[in-house]
Write a protein that binds this ligand. Structure first.
Ligand code: MG
Length: 159
């Protein structure tokens, strides 16, 4: 097979006093995502999608939250580590499509900057990176602003 697809999903709790980091960017917000790393739920879903495309396990196996090395880690570095594994095996990222599910703040003004940032991390052009945002219509843990979720798919292409 010369093209494969991977899927990723992640959730993080929202908490006052945390910075909101999404897609590698700081997004102005009253609340931020809680986690061992910077809790960038979007980059985590994308990292799992990148790993999943080649059945390389998941972000939790690669970067255990029991390891102090990843405390407050920049999730961009975690994604680059996953990408390095893909490159080592002779593949490259084709494209990414991702959705962030978050009630507030509205992400539309930040979408293109996130796409640029993610494309830069992956070494692909920004038109190969799609980021979409939706709310949960005030239902469930996203709707009550308890947390945020992200979903991503990634294709990889054999060199
Ligand atoms: Mg995570």
């Amino acid at each position: 097979m010369s093209v494969r697809v991977g899927f990723g999903y992640d959730v993080h709790r929202l908490q006052k006093g945390r910075r909101l980091i999404l897609g590698g960017l700081h997004i102005p917000s009253e609340v931020g995502l809680l986690g061992h790393s910077d809790a960038d739920v979007l980059l985590h879903a994308i990292t799992d999608a990148v790993l999943g495309a080649l059945a390389l396990g998941d972000i939790g196996a690669l970067y255990p939250d029991t390891d102090a090395a990843w405390k407050d880690a920049d999730s961009g570095e975690l994604l680059k580590g996953a990408l390095a594994k893909v490159h080592e095996l002779g593949w490259q990222v084709g494209n990414i499509d991702a959705t962030v599910v978050l009630e507030r703040p509205k992400l539309r003004p930040h979408i293109d900057a996130m796409r640029e940032r993610i494309a830069g991390l992956l070494g692909v052009s920004s038109d190969a990176v799609s980021v979409k945002a939706t709310t949960s219509e005030q239902m469930g843990f996203v709707g009550t602003r308890e947390g945020a979720a992200a979903y991503a798919v990634c294709t990889v292409v054999r060199n």
